[in-house]
Design a protein around this ligand. Sequence first.
Ligand code: NI
Length: 402
Amino acid sequence: MVGGINNIDLDKLKAEVLEFEPELIEMRRRLHRNPELSYKEYSTSKFVADSLRKYGIEVVDKVGGTGVVGIIRGTSGKITIGLRADMDALPVDEQTGLPFASENPGVMHACGHDSHTAMLLAAAIILSKHKSELKGNVKFLFQPAEEDGGDGGALPMIRDSALENPHVSHVFGLHVVSDFPVGTFATRKGPLMAAPDGFSILVNGKGGHGSAPSDAIDPIYIGTQIINAIYGVRARQIDQRVPVAVSVCMVKAGSKDNIIPDQMYMEGTLRTLDEGVRKTMKEKIINVAESIGRSFGASVECKFIENAYPVTVNDPEITEDVIKILGTVKEMKVLEIDPVMGGEDVSRFLQKAPGTYYFLGTRNEKKNIVYPNHSSKFTVDEDFMKYGVLSHVLIAMNFANR
Ligand code: NI
């Protein structure tokens, strides 16, 4: 590990994080009460920008829409690292019963992005007090619209030069998960999260009477053959050792027991951990759908959502260092895990600036904090947040001093 963490006074940093903890919790609760959907994070981004300014941190706001970039300039400024948090909430009706539950009906921070935003704000504020100890610059990337898919929030920020002036060479980010207990971190070297490709298939047949299927072109029969064939592609045409998940999750067709409809429509998701396998699977799905349709006289339109997030890939060497850095804190445990098939648009930052994305546990059975991300009962054990803040601070102080 270049630089090492020996010159960092870990006990002093821990004490500073603990001292800031009440404000950290207050910030998270304030954000939790006011969740905003993708691209509409107006009051959230104002709160972020105002909080950074309050502590004298340089701010560029309205980056790629509602994104906010904070900058702490180091003594040499030769390198710049980026720390990223997402700010958006989900269209979920909160059922937690918390005293600081959502005051925005039908919208909820059900994925913990409120805690991500609060932890990165706290890290920025703590790091601003250590400015003279930083050689490189640290950029704080508060991004909108992670939940949106497609362009998401990272891409508009990148297009709006969030990673330039000064140029960011490495990006780091974290996500809270309900799978691991408080204090546990989890990551891996290489692909960590999948490319989440959504697709739709429309089978155009010819409707008719259920008693005379040969007079019709039955889109339901053809559609079900297509579903089987897609699963067959994964099972019989892709190496068994390669992770691929494909699921058709929505099917719409028909209106009555004796009417063969004109059309069947379906949607599904494809998850891959390798851009080559991703391309092959997409081509094969389109090919089997169209050719089965043709064989039975139907026309088939198979479309993949444009511009889905890429595979989230951690740089192996940087991640090795991150694992060592986090491992120096005795209260924190770092696991190396298998990849997960969820997707993340931090992948777009990592394509431009190699770095590490990692998970942070919030599970606490004693407090009944067990519900999964995106559940209407999802919540976090706020005790976990100090570890997240400490991880940001330690990573910044290490990588910005190389
Ligand atoms: Ni999330």
